[in-house]
Design a protein around this ligand. Structure first.
Ligand SMILES: Nc1ncnc2c1ncn2[C@@H]1O[C@H](COP(=O)(O)OP(=O)(O)O)[C@@H](O)[C@H]1O
Length: 194
């Protein structure tokens, strides 16, 4: 699918506000692809499609799981906040015909992050949080870090915020986020102690 077709299909899958968010994430990811020197088209497509499964009904989710043979982990089962990224990565592949593993993984890990993230995965993760329509306490600090070349610092702050938020709400923390945080923090600490 080309960008126009992707947008047309997304329009049927997402409410207006989420479509706007997806367009904003795509725009932000393109800006970051220029700053951090990665492929603009991959950033544009991953940003656009990242939330494609966010509004799936239980029935649609069950359908996808069966059709695409998706294995959700125990935290993702019955939790659309976490599962939409994983399911979305299959929808990207089989509905949007995206055959680029880097784009597919950026979609798959955009909610939790993961250990040893690729540049595109980091860009989509941060774009989801800082796109121009986002408004939450300290979002400006995240924008400042991300746009000034401090992508890893921005990620650590975001993982910390998410982990604190999940704890405050007495929810289970997805271990991928803890691993993502420790991996980057470990590398940064090592770098600053050398
Ligand atoms: N690492 C995590 N562990 C557990 N739950 C998480 C984690 N990350 C995100 N969530 C859940 O996902 C929700 C936010 O998901 P997100 O995709 O960022 O939503 P939105 O794009 O609508 O802001 C959080 O409120 C939390 O419940």
């Amino acid at each position: 699918m080309d960008l126009k077709e992707i947008q047309k299909t997304l329009k049927e899958m997402l409410p207006e506000i989420r479509l706007k968010h997806s367009l904003n994430v795509s725009k932000c990811a393109v800006k970051l692809s220029e700053i951090y020197k990665c492929d603009k088209e991959q950033a544009e497509i991953a940003g656009l499609v990242h939330d494609c499964a966010k509004y799936f009904t239980d029935e649609q989710i069950e359908d996808c799981i069966e059709k695409f043979n998706i294995e959700l982990d125990p935290l993702e089962v019955n939790n659309i906040a976490l599962s939409h990224s994983v399911i979305g990565s299959y929808v990207a592949q089989y509905v949007f015909n995206i055959n680029d593993d880097e784009i597919i993984n950026a979609i798959k890990y955009h909610t939790t992050g993961k250990e040893n993230m690729s540049l595109l995965e980091k860009i989509i993760y941060m774009s989801d949080l800082i796109e121009e329509g986002r408004n939450f306490p300290r979002v400006e600090e995240l924008r400042e870090l991300t746009y000034s070349g401090k992508l890893d610092e921005a990620l650590i702050l975001s993982f910390n915020n998410t982990i604190k938020f999940v704890i405050d709400n007495n929810q289970l923390i997805h271990p991928r986020t803890v691993k993502a945080r420790n991996y980057i923090l470990g590398k940064l600490t090592l770098r600053s102690s050398n």
